[in-house]
Design a protein around this ligand. Sequence first.
Ligand SMILES: C[S@@+](CC[C@H](N)C(=O)[O-])C[C@H]1O[C@@H](n2cnc3c(N)ncnc32)[C@H](O)[C@@H]1O
Length: 417
Amino acid sequence: MEHFESKAAIEAYIRALGLPATILRPVFFMDNLLHYADAEGERLVELPVLPDRPMQLIATDGIGRIAAHVIDHRDDYLGAELEIAGDELTFAEVAGIHEKVTAVPTRLVPLPIEGDEGRVRPGRRLNRGEAEVGAGDGKAVVAAVAHTLESAGHPGQLGRVGRRRRFMSEVFYSHARLYDLMFPGGGPAVDFYRAQANRQGGRVLEIACGTGNKLIPIASDGHPCVGLDFSSDMLAEAQRKADERGVAVEWTQGDMRAFDLGRTFDFVFITANSLLHLHEAEDLVSCFRSVRRHLAPGARFIFDVFNPNVRLLAGADGVRRTRESSSFTDPDRGNVSVDVAETYDAAAQVTRGTWHLSTDSDPDFVVAPLEIRSIFPQELPLLISLGGLRLIERFGDWSGRPFAMDTPLQLCICESA
Ligand SMILES: C[S@@+](CC[C@H](N)C(=O)[O-])C[C@H]1O[C@@H](n2cnc3c(N)ncnc32)[C@H](O)[C@@H]1O
């Protein structure tokens, strides 16, 4: 089992026991940096990491202090999942700081992953993901812990914990108006989710709602609707469109990896492959668990992700090509051509793309990464059940055809387990 997946599996096991628990999530122990080798007047910090990728670090002493505080105040923390960090640095920065403090020339030696004595599986580095500093569900309690530590004379121990998380495709979604021109709403997906909301009745929550292409039509049918998204630009455009149409929707900024809206809904959905912005299995499980906490009795949760075709995935060769189907006309700029270059990271199951938007007079006026995971058919039900949900049905397209190896979608109908 992969390093990070093993953490998710342990958390899932603890939850399955049904015992009251609080989960503390440190990433890298600062104490690991005490193990180094000295060679020819140089200090070598040897780790299976990428030198320029930031990573959260925490001293084990800090974890102990936080754990002691949580245990002393158990009623305040029961059920919370807290991401804890003392700092966030690249390992190149770590080596630089070490050298400055000890005056010993220090060099980071990134160890190869392959054949790494079983410490990390092939192709997986400890800090291979994007830099993430989490707050999530535990924001308020983390702030409380930080305050307590500061009053106890340990300032800075949690200095970075409350910071907002980032995600790789944030730049892509900061062009909300262009997004809508590139992917105009409407079509069978809107009809499908609208019909499901009408069938279910009651309150509706769309997670990763973007500019509201599905949610605004649903709200116009009279359902009380909440839309949650990470991107303030997408939400601002959603608000503008809803106001223009005279439709009331509550738009809220949040991270689907961990959110708490303090109420339940009769219908919750995540559409247009949005879930695939979560690349780590533990993030997908954590998202499903957050969804579950928001399901009213009898509620349904529906999401769609594409059905990965290994031939197509493996064909991503990194060559920049024009994508005619995405090219569009911008009333301000004229014809916009869209080029995409993609590679496929098979170990991470992630297609890493760079999108280039150009006009004749302004080539590459937007260059933005977009990284989309694949969820393979056999792993999908496992992730759902680890999230405390039950997969009732899996359709293969918007007409409700059963899922099969050659259908375009995995359209999943779920309920609380
Ligand atoms: C493909 S768009 C889909 C938008 C909308 N659901 C639709 O159908 O048009 C993906 C959306 O997911 C949002 N997103 C990505 N990661 C997120 C996260 N961790 N939490 C919440 N929203 C996220 C992006 O900001 C973007 O608006």
